[in-house]
Design a protein around this ligand. Structure first.
Ligand code: ZN
Length: 300
């Protein structure tokens, strides 16, 4: 019954919007939002339809992976990265932005950067196949402080191959840990993953893969706990620059913190993700003269 009432509300809203002569794709987006297409689900999506569907301002900062983009998009063909901007008006920055991600990290300025103060702890988590990646929602209480600002962890997810490159080098995979501060500003930590010894699977990744849900769009609550400290590399030097979400709507103003030392996982572990998402990386974006800082000290 509830679903039906919803549908009627959605249709009425669409009709009202139509009378206000809104573009068709906005209508479609609103309808889809009301009908809750499982997208890059927000924190703790449990496969339930999103009850609140009020469209947010297109330019509001949204977490990388934390906002359902109802208009279908992907990594190839006519919904691929070259077309993202055409898919919906709010995706405009995907085409015209000058602070886009990912980038090739090179010509950095080595400076005395303060360490990132990670505040991660063993936490309950759920795993979601959101149709674009494997996304992990972690219980509240995890966060980091950098440049005097505290950011809370929203979710983390995977890319294959890694989206950001270091001096042209591309990594097998990458993890993006999306954080948000009290004002809605985003900070994303990237942990680069490389293929290590096949007899040494990474225990943290092993725990995530063990809890992969069988169905898309339905988050699986894990019985185990995850401690994100186990994912971080031993050496905590990092690159930092200002960029964007690497998926629609390509919102800018994202503080990127890219850990310099990659983390090893086994070929078998890469193979598991590759079966689900063989390629979910946005192509490199122009650096456009952006400053990239790097921690002083040993590169790995
Ligand atoms: Zn990402």
């Amino acid at each position: 019954m509830k679903t039906k009432r919803w549908l009627i509300t959605a249709l009425l809203a669409a009709l009202a919007a139509a009378q206000a002569q809104e573009p068709v794709d906005v209508l479609r987006q609103r309808l889809a939002e009301r009908l809750s297409t499982p997208g890059e689900g927000g924190a703790a999506t449990k496969g339930k339809p999103a009850a609140k569907a009020a469209p947010k301002p297109a330019n509001a900062a949204k977490a990388d992976g934390a906002k359902a983009v109802a208009v279908p998009w992907g990594y190839t063909g006519d919904i691929g990265p070259d077309r993202w901007a055409e898919l919906a008006p709010q995706n405009k920055l995907c085409a015209v932005g000058t602070r886009q991600s990912p980038i090739d990290i090179r010509d950095t300025l080595a400076v005395d950067q303060e360490p990132i103060a990670f505040d991660y702890r063993a936490s309950a988590f759920s795993v979601l196949d959101n149709g674009h990646t494997i996304q992990v929602n972690v219980a509240p209480g995890n966060g980091l402080t950098v440049m005097g600002r505290r950011y809370e962890l929203v979710e983390f997810h995977f890319h294959r191959p890694g989206e950001e490159r270091i001096n042209g080098h591309q990594f097998e995979m990458a993890v993006h840990l999306t954080h948000k501060d009290a004002q809605g500003r985003l900070a994303t930590v990237a942990v680069l993953l490389e293929r290590g010894r096949d007899d040494k699977p990474h225990p943290f990744i092993q725990t995530v893969w063990a809890n992969l849900p069988l169905e898309k769009g339905e988050a699986l609550q894990a019985q185990a706990q995850l401690d994100l400290n186990q994912l971080l590399p031993a050496e905590r030097g990092y690159y930092t620059y200002m960029g964007s979400l690497t998926e629609p709507p390509c919102t800018e103003g994202v503080l990127w913190l890219v850990m310099r030392q990659p983390v090893a996982l086994s070929g078998q572990q890469i193979g598991v993700f590759a079966r689900l998402y063989p390629m979910n990386a946005r192509p490199l974006q122009a650096g456009s003269g952006r400053l990239i800082k790097e921690s002083l000290g040993a590169a790995p």
